[in-house]
Design a binder for this molecule. Structure first.
Ligand code: PAF
Length: 301
């Protein structure tokens, strides 16, 4: 007899948490608010291709609202935030796998709308703008990207109407502009940043990592190594952080650097050499044909 089995007792499979999958706003609302019961609720917005980094977001959302609260995961590849020469068409899509990962980590409802459901009037003529905060760093290489992000995030906040919305710290500039939108435009939601999840060797998890060849992946490790090298000397101040990170990246094989910067997370401007306090050391680079971003928090003294 297998260990733990008792004769005469029915062995039940462990209870599997199932998420309701919805594709329309009406179905989502019915599933997310099945009754008038006031419970805390949280949303995790994604473009799908979910990985352990998203799983951490969903788990954090569940922890935030407790067992009786509700957690929604949105899966929507938002065309508005892709440039003309970017990977909108080839962006990985696998809803079944996404639903599995979402429910295994505690989601109650998955909202996976079509483009027409989100933009029923066609391309929106009125959009939110991230302003100067969205023009720097990522915004230089990806003009209009954050306007597209904010426009869809605002719409999804209206549709899901959560108490909490959780976003990954890996997209530090995205998190900063969303926090600023919520503060500046009086959205009634708490934005929570969730730490980046990394592979054991330091590579930050990203849906775009699946584009990397084995060789690219090895080259990509230079990014996190540079960030860690900068962080290690944070006690010596911003100049030392920048120099250590730059030195670690110098001559890195297969890496075409876009930017390496030490940034004030509040307004996303580069910090001065005499800056003291919490900053974001951020890097963006093309590795092979894939553009990767990463960052770490540093406390400069
Ligand atoms: O971070 C993402 O996956 C996207 O930018 C978001 C926040 C879901 C908006 O499309």
């Amino acid at each position: 007899m297998a260990r733990g089995k008792q004769p005469g007792k029915v062995q039940r499979a462990p209870k599997v948490h199932r998420a309701v999958v919805t594709h329309t706003v009406g179905d989502f609302e019915a599933a997310f608010w099945p009754d008038e019961q006031p419970v805390d609720n949280a949303v995790v917005m994604t473009m799908g291709a979910l990985h352990e980094g998203h799983a951490a977001l969903v788990r954090a959302a569940r922890k935030q609202v407790g067992r009786d609260g509700r957690v929604a995961v949105t899966v929507f590849v938002n065309p508005l935030q892709f440039g003309a020469d970017e990977d909108l068409e080839r962006y990985p899509r696998d809803l079944d796998a996404d639903v599995r990962l979402a429910e295994e980590n505690g989601a109650d409802v998955v909202f996976a709308p079509s483009v027409d459901e989100v933009y029923p009037n066609g391309e929106p003529q009125v959009r939110l703008t991230a302003g100067p905060m969205g023009d720097r760093f990522e915004g230089t290489t990806r003009p209009g990207h954050f306007d597209g992000v904010l426009t869809v995030v605002a719409k999804l906040l209206h549709i899901t109407d959560p108490d909490f919305a959780l976003f990954g710290e890996k997209d530090a500039q995205q998190l900063a502009v969303i926090q600023r939108m919520v503060a500046d435009l009086d959205f009634d939601v708490e934005i929570i940043g969730v730490p980046t999840v990394r592979e054991e060797d330091g590579l930050a998890l990203s849906s775009r990592n699946r584009y990397l060849s084995a060789e690219d992946r090895a080259h990509a490790l230079a990014l996190s190594k540079a960030l860690f090298a900068g962080r290690d000397v944070a006690a010596q101040g911003p100049k030392a952080v920048r120099e250590a990170a730059a030195a670690a990246l110098d001559g890195a094989e297969g890496v075409a650097l876009d930017y390496l910067a030490l940034i004030d997370p509040h307004d996303f401007t580069e910090v001065a050499d005499d800056f003291q306090g919490g900053a974001v050391l951020a890097v963006a680079a093309k590795v092979g044909t894939t553009r990767l971003i990463d960052n770490v928090h540093v406390i400069c003294r």
